[in-house]
Design a binder for this molecule. Structure first.
Ligand code: GLC
Length: 536
């Protein structure tokens, strides 16, 4: 048990992260695309919500082939989003409010328009040739190996001018950097220093597990579990193209740069099974502070499975490894669309009461849903490249719904992506006036979490798992303990907890009628009920 007074928690352990997709949060100049000034205008909203840190998806100059994840200049701001001056103003305003700013860092690949790549592809003996992954064709003219692109098709692009292939894990407009080259390493670490010197509080590192590839570029094995509805990328197991042992040394270097500053945060975007994920905490905890834990996005919404996954995660965390939980991001279906409106409240209660740093994706707090985008309006390359697989990420990236004015208060112009049909009913302004809305629920939940040491940093104790219900306790030395009971189904159920001394008051619930009621170890829950109980 942790001892109060002895352990110091840093902001990112106590705090809550909020992801903003800048294109879609708030437009300030009527071009239909969100920008930094827009974010600035909405800071009061964010501080009233109670979040600690804002993570901005990429804001750098980019041809936008992958909406900013194809970077042409790591040390600037795309004019669509504003200027470096706007950035400085934003970070200052965020810090003034006691909040933090996390930037997206995309070190695995650049844009094909980045000066580094333009040089690299200009000739075989250009000094930057080796900054990317260039290979000869095989004798029969085919690419050097069988690797596939995440966004569909082959991962090798033929370059006519210099007569070699280059590797791109994503679009051909996103060539992968060669992280075996020390010059590449140093260049990217310098990018980090540039932003850290500006006061940035941390980075979310894009596709961290992709950074370095097998030295011999061996063929990936066939995935025996592939099914036709899956992305074509899943036909192979990325055994040699991702999660290589050498990646940990690169992460350690990044961490070392951060450690030269006070209290900065390193997050890794990593989609791997838990036993592999936890290795990204690094030897002696000198890797990523938070390898993103995506289990709530990827596992079936089933109480026993989730209970097992939580236990496994808690058990596999290295000493001093801090947990974290994510409910949504700009690449995955929104939670409301995956499990439904009622269960989304239960999910919020889970996200904000599990042990570890929660990440909220913009709009989750008002229950935004995936918005159907007509075929001829699809913009996401993942959707366009595999049109028959329903993989477009546009539906989860639609403009934030602020109010019931013509474009939901998002823009005075034409929004870059269409709004949800129901925005005049489902928006921030309306939900602010309704004490039972999703937004009010999130606000109260966040407030309580941040007030109660047990909920913020306390231990996690598994208590109950059945087909329908997940139950756990949170406790911290000498502080009130909390019991969380979540009915992950729509059907009522009755349960008896082993500990007959359990007695407490419901302080917050998905259905407000519960609040103030006393409960014991024998409880009957309604469908979609989630209870937060302060124990005596
Ligand atoms: C990450 C990003 C995703 C992007 C991809 C390529 O997975 O989250 O949006 O398309 O990397 O950079």
């Amino acid at each position: 048990m942790m001892n109060e007074g002895l352990t110091r928690y840093v902001w990112w352990q106590e705090g809550i992260i909020y992801q903003i997709y800048p294109r879609s949060f708030q437009d300030s100049n009527g071009d239909g695309i969100g920008d930094l000034q827009g974010v600035l205008q909405r800071l009061n909203y964010l501080s009233a919500l109670g979040i600690t840190a804002v993570w901005l998806s990429p804001i750098y100059p980019s041809p936008m082939a992958d909406f900013g994840y194809d970077i042409a200049d790591y040390q600037g701001v795309h004019p669509l989003f504003g200027s470096l001056n706007d950035f400085d103003a934003l970070i200052e305003a965020i810090h003034q409010r006691g909040m933090k700013l996390i930037l997206d860092l995309v070190p695995n690949h650049t844009s094909d328009q980045h000066p580094w790549f333009l040089e690299s592809r200009s000739s075989r003996d250009n000094p930057k040739r080796d900054w990317y992954i260039w290979q000869d064709k095989l004798p029969d003219g085919s690419p050097p190996n069988n690797w596939l692109s995440v966004f569909g098709g082959n991962a090798w692009e033929w370059d006519e001018t210099t007569g070699q292939f280059y590797y791109h894990a994503f679009l051909k407009e996103q060539p992968d950097l060669n992280w075996r080259n020390p010059e590449v390493q140093e260049a990217m670490l310098n990018v980090m220093r540039f932003w850290l010197d500006k006061g940035v509080d941390g980075f979310r590192v894009d596709v961290m597990w992709h950074l370095i590839k097998d030295k011999n570029l061996r063929d990936n094995p066939v995935n025996p579990d592939y099914q036709p509805h899956m992305a074509t990328y899943d036909q192979l197991l990325p055994v040699y193209s991702t999660d290589q042992p050498e990646v940990h040394d690169l992460v350690r270097q990044m961490r070392h740069v951060l450690d030269g500053y006070t209290d900065r945060l390193l997050i890794g975007e990593i989609y791997l099974p838990i036993h592999q994920l936890v290795t990204y905490y690094g030897i002696d905890g000198k890797g990523a502070h938070l390898p993103f834990n995506f289990q709530l996005l990827t596992l079936p919404w089933e109480a026993r499975q989730l209970a097992t996954a939580i236990d496994q995660y808690e058990g596999l965390l290295p000493a001093n490894g801090w947990p974290n939980w994510v409910l949504g991001n700009h690449d995955q279906p929104r939670i409301t669309s995956r499990i439904g409106r009622e269960q989304a409240r239960v999910a919020a209660l889970m996200l904000l009461t599990l042990r570890g740093t929660p990440t909220i994706y913009y709009g989750e707090e008002i229950g935004m849903q995936d918005v159907p985008i007509p075929f001829d309006e699809v913009q996401d390359p993942q959707g366009l490249n595999m049109p028959d697989k329903n993989l477009s990420r546009d539906p989860v990236r639609t403009p934030m719904q602020w109010d019931d004015s013509p474009n939901a208060g998002f823009t005075e112009g034409k929004p870059w992506l269409r709004l949800a049909r129901n925005f005049s009913r489902e928006n921030v302004e309306r939900q602010q006036q309704d004490p039972y809305s999703m937004l009010s629920f999130y606000k109260r939940l966040i407030k309580l979490r941040q007030q109660e040491p047990s909920l913020m940093v306390g231990d996690y104790v598994p208590v109950y798992a059945s087909e329908q219900v997940l139950g756990y306790m949170r406790q911290f030395d000498g502080q009130p303990r909390f019991l969380v009971l979540l009915n992950l189904s729509h059907r009522p159920c009755y349960l008896t907890l082993n500990d007959s001394s359990i007695n407490g008051v419901v302080v917050l619930a998905t259905a407000p009628e519960w609040e103030g009621n006393r409960v014991t170890n024998s409880i009957s829950l309604g469908g979609d009920d989630g209870l937060l109980i302060r124990l005596d």
